[in-house]
Design a protein around this ligand. Structure first.
Ligand SMILES: C[S@@+](CC[C@H](N)C(=O)[O-])C[C@H]1O[C@@H](n2cnc3c(N)ncnc32)[C@H](O)[C@@H]1O
Length: 345
């Protein structure tokens, strides 16, 4: 196993906000070349368990943000996403044990998992399996689409009518309602890891609350455990999202911010896909490492990261989640979209 320094991963805590990010040398070691080495991001075309074992020392990762295959028959380029449930859970448990090994004592492991309508236990089966080895500290609902009626918004809302926002894949079945959310489980080693709740906080609706509550000197309160993160609208899957099951960049960004940017050294995504977590980390100025078995996805990740690296002001642009407009959505687009493919009827 190689040391973090050999990998080029900084072992000290991250610099304070606003300090320009140093781009690390990412020296190749351990006989494994990264398939992608762009700025502070590295991706390896490797099985994640093998990659973690070969490259990552114990207690070396501050935050893991990842979304594994859900075992629902998604057509990935390389991975076969349909296995007997027990075999799938055994595999997820092996991955999680390795994640636990590499996670710092005060680290956070954010695991995004969803269900499909005719198999609504998948996410809970996964969480329950991991329960034996790691503590479930928070359960967050990732809301992809929501409809809010004006009458429910209260008199202070500046929204003037009914709102229906976000994308989902409609189900044509009389048995099931459309599935518009997934889970983000935050696992930690102790269950007692402090969070930077206000880093993903929201402004008070009623501004008189700003000074009323102790500790609320700024106009920000905890957002809670429902996160509305819509997919951006795409016109061509092949050109714009060449992977059947990605999450929006905002999702890993919010996870890292919630864990605490100043406490974040290295971020890991063991199921890197087309590098969404790495893109988020680059925007935040945080080093990341990822593993992905498919060469096409790795190639797409490289292009995305190169483009992101070329953009100026990552760090300052990303310090406030609301400032980053990459996931901006038009309203009332929640029918007929086929850009969410994590569930099938
Ligand atoms: C749900 S996708 C992750 C997508 C990613 N979050 C993104 O936004 O691009 C799961 C990924 O895991 C990859 N994968 C499957 N088995 C793997 C393994 N053993 N090691 C590493 N990656 C694997 C698949 O090829 C797929 O791209």
């Amino acid at each position: 196993m190689t040391s973090l320094a050999e990998l080029g991963v900084p072992t000290a805590r991250r610099k304070p906000r606003g300090v320009p990010t140093r781009h690390h040398s990412w020296g190749v070691s351990g006989g494994v070349d990264p398939a992608v080495s762009v700025g502070i991001a590295r991706l390896y075309q490797l099985d994640c368990v093998e990659g973690m074992r070969r490259l990552l020392p114990d207690d070396s990762v501050s935050v893991v943000v990842t979304s594994p295959p859900y075992n629902i028959g998604v057509k990935y380029a390389s991975y076969q996403d349909a296995r007997p449930r027990q075999e799938y859970l055994d595999w997820i448990e092996r991955v999680a044990r390795e994640i636990k090994r590499v996670l710092e004592p005060e680290g956070s492991f954010f695991l995004n998992v969803g269900n499909k309508p005719d198999d609504p236990w998948i996410a809970w089966d996964v969480a329950n399996r991991l329960r034996q080895s790691i503590v479930l500290q928070n359960v967050i609902s990732w809301v992809k689409s929501i409809a809010v009626e004006k009458e429910d918004l209260g008199h202070r809302s500046r929204i003037t009518g009914d709102a229906a926002v976000g994308h989902y894949k409609p189900i044509r079945s009389p048995r099931f309602v459309n599935d518009c959310h997934e889970f983000i489980f935050q696992f930690t080693k102790s269950g007692r890891v402090p969070l930077d709740r206000l880093a993903v906080g929201v402004p008070y609706q009623d501004k008189s609350n700003v000074r009323r509550w102790k500790n609320s000197a700024e106009d920000r309160r905890c957002r809670g455990n429902t996160w509305f993160i819509p997919y951006s609208t795409i016109h061509s899957r092949a050109g714009q999202r060449p992977h059947p099951s990605t999450f929006p960049v905002k999702l890993p960004r919010m996870c890292v911010l919630l864990h605490g940017l100043s406490r974040t050294g290295l971020v890991l995504d063991p199921f890197a896909g087309i590098g969404t977590t790495a893109v988020a980390c680059m925007q935040l100025g945080v080093p990341s490492v990822g593993f992905e078995i498919d060469d096409d996805y790795v190639a797409w990740a490289k292009d995305r990261l190169s483009e992101e690296c070329g953009k100026a002001n990552h760090t300052s642009a990303a310090l406030h989640i609301a400032d980053v407009g990459e996931e901006a959505q038009p309203v009332s687009h929640n029918t007929g979209e086929d850009n969410i493919v994590k569930m099938e009827d």
